[in-house]
Design a protein around this ligand. Structure first.
Ligand SMILES: NC(=O)c1ccc[n+]([C@@H]2O[C@H](COP(=O)([O-])OP(=O)(O)OC[C@H]3O[C@@H](n4cnc5c(N)ncnc54)[C@H](OP(=O)(O)O)[C@@H]3O)[C@@H](O)[C@H]2O)c1
Length: 277
């Protein structure tokens, strides 16, 4: 009898410790954002929705605004069928990176009006899994990457490189920009990923996922931290509420500048002189 009780306690304690460990960092900032405007792309689901709910508890809502405190480039897709959008770009690259590149530049004037403004680019550890040759796919009309994983990895590497180069361009302004890895989070992003979109396969993995994978609220913690922390370092990569080093490619100044210029060239039709930083 005592053997079973002791066994249950040990298994329970280990499971609890594992759940706590994989839940990742927690944002302890108590800063409120009363009256401040935060723009979140992809705010109707997953991490973006959890972040919006957390922030709503720190704001008395103001619908009329002439400045923006923060822009969170969060919308994203993963393992989407590789097709060209009507604009002529590969869909994962456009959704995760190109769209945010354009949006960010068009909101810069409103961000610069805020006393302290922040841009958060929601990246991923997947940015480490691609090489510089894959990056060339920013060119219009490239319809396919080597794989769905590469398409996603490139889009996230592009975001981290964008973070680095943009932070330099904004160095003498009130706007800081950082990239954030939310960790592995249980959300709709896996809707096209066969091992998780198949109900039977998902059911088999479910017990383990309960331990290893974060909830959307837990996934939002590092975003929340980078939005609220008093640390105003810029061009950095956050994971589990801490600053960490991104991949060597993502940390390369030359690649970051070249890729920024290439993106600007490819998206030239979307910019006027005034909207550029
Ligand atoms: N979940 C993870 O394990 C994980 C890990 C690392 C990084 N991330 C990143 O975290 C971010 C949030 O993802 P999530 O996990 O919260 O997934 P999610 O629940 O699927 O949320 C993604 C959001 O992006 C929106 N979106 C997708 N395509 C869009 C488009 N073309 N235009 C505008 N909005 C679009 C979705 O809107 P609809 O629902 O209307 O399509 C949804 O609101 C993504 O950038 C993702 O890459 C997630």
């Amino acid at each position: 009898m005592w053997k079973y009780v002791a066994g249950t306690i040990v298994v329970g304690s280990v499971t609890y410790a594992l759940i706590k460990y994989f839940a990742g960092g927690v944002c302890h900032c108590t800063t409120r954002l009363d009256g401040l405007v935060v723009v979140i792309t992809g705010g109707n689901s997953g991490i973006g929705q959890a972040l919006a709910l957390e922030l709503a508890q720190r704001d008395s809502l103001n619908n009329e605004f002439s400045e923006i405190y923060a822009l969170v480039n969060n919308a994203g897709i993963f393992y989407h069928p590789q097709v060209l959008t009507q604009d002529g770009y590969e869909i994962t690259l456009q959704t995760n990176y190109l769209g945010h590149f354009i949006l960010t530049h068009h909101l810069l004037n409103l961000l610069k009006k805020s006393v302290h403004a922040r841009i958060i680019n929601v990246a991923s550890e997947a940015h480490r899994n691609v090489n510089v040759y894959d990056l060339k796919a920013v060119t219009k009309c490239q319809s396919e990457f080597r794989s769905h994983f590469v398409a996603y990895g490139v889009s996230k590497l592009a975001l981290v490189l964008f973070t680095k180069e943009l932070s330099k361009k904004l160095l003498n302004t009130n706007v800081i920009v950082n990239a954030v890895n939310p960790g592995n989070v249980e959300t709709n992003i896996y809707r096209n990923f066969p091992p998780l979109s198949n109900p039977w396969l998902y059911a088999i993995q479910w017990p383990l996922r309960c331990i290893l994978i974060k909830s959307p609220r837990q996934g939002a913690q590092t975003l929340l931290h980078s939005l609220l922390t008093s640390n105003r370092s810029t061009g950095q990569y956050y994971s589990d509420c801490k600053l960490v080093l991104p991949s060597p490619i993502a940390a390369n100044d030359k690649i970051a500048k070249e890729y920024y210029d290439l993106t600007l060239e490819v998206l030239a039709e979307w910019f006027t002189t005034e909207s550029e930083c």
